[in-house]
Design a protein around this ligand. Structure first.
Ligand code: NAG
Length: 291
């Protein structure tokens, strides 16, 4: 047990050092296989042990031209390769899906990055251009990369929008990384926003109209208050959403203000909140007729 612990400590140390020098090589990955999952997740909180940074920095793996990659569509006995964000994966073990006649055969032999999130599997959609995608889509692409890294084999890169002929990441790839960082930050901010202003329950039925209401579990946010439904215009977003707004106590921005200095209406005074037209301001439930 002690020897095991020391081994893990050593591996963690070695991996950290390698990482610090930008060397997340196949050797590091090999070492990582000896690190138990709980230690790995601990490490992931402090250093990036995922492969994406390494793949950009290192020149590991083969560099494919588009024509070369196109040969790997599983015809005859050939292997099946596909690329996402310029990174090529061997998906031969998923030949049933990615090989000829499979439900995802259109992904094979090319980098159809955009289609993974757009759902447009036509020739026009199966492209490596990702300009104009939403932050949710950008996170979606990262999820796909993680999926292929976990379940399939990374084999190299394809020359195109994301990597040049030397296998170096292009400006487009750097832009993707920047957007991913923004998307991750946005995700954290949105989670915090949902805790502060939990979404309302909603139901609508033909002929019965629509109902929005709050409960102490609405939006999947468990809390010890219920709140009142308000139309919430979150700065930076284009569409309002229904939020359950705390209606007693101090405003959530200044939770420690003395009770004499606040109106005891929670966040109801927040300028981004509007009472729904046709809804009683103190009602926990708002019903709207069909138009
Ligand atoms: C949430 O509401 C239910 C019923 O409306 C109540 O039984 C429960 O105690 C409440 N939970 C909290 C944490 O206030």
């Amino acid at each position: 047990m002690l020897r095991g612990t020391m081994f893990v400590t050593t591996v963690v140390g070695v991996v950290s050092v390698l990482y610090a020098y930008g060397y997340l090589t196949p050797y590091t990955r090999m070492l990582m296989r000896h690190v138990p999952d709980n230690v790995k997740s601990f490490m992931e909180r402090y250093i990036d042990i995922s492969d994406h940074t390494a793949d950009v920095k290192s020149t590991s793996g083969r560099i494919f031209t588009k024509d070369e990659l196109w040969k790997y569509r599983g015809e005859g006995d050939s292997a099946v390769y596909l690329a996402v964000l310029g990174q090529v994966f061997d998906v031969t073990k998923g030949r049933k899906h990615y090989g000829p006649g499979g439900g995802y055969e259109f992904f094979s032999g090319r980098d159809g990055t955009r289609a993974y999130v757009s759902g447009d599997f036509t020739e026009a959609g199966l492209i490596d251009d990702i300009t104009g995608l939403s932050l949710t889509d950008i996170r979606g692409l990262d999820d796909w990369i993680k999926f292929y890294k976990k379940d399939y084999i990374y084999v190299g890169k394809v020359v195109g929008n994301f990597y040049n002929a030397e296998g170096t990441a292009t400006e487009a790839y750097r832009e993707y990384e920047k957007q991913l960082a923004t998307a991750e930050k946005e995700k954290v901010l949105t989670a915090a926003d949902y805790r502060r202003f939990p979404p309302c329950n909603s139901e609508s039925a033909q002929g019965k109209g629509r109902r929005l209401w709050c409960s102490n579990l609405s939006g999947g946010i468990q809390r010890d208050w219920t709140g009142l439904p308000r139309e919430y215009y979150r700065p930076g977003t284009t569409k309002p959403r229904c939020a359950c707004v705390k209606d007693v106590g101090p405003p959530s921005e200044t939770p420690n203000v003395p009770s004499a200095d606040h109106r005891n209406v929670g966040d109801l005074d927040n300028p981004n909140m509007k009472v729904y037209p046709g809804c009683e301001p103190k009602s926990v439930s708002c019903s709207f007729n069909d138009f």
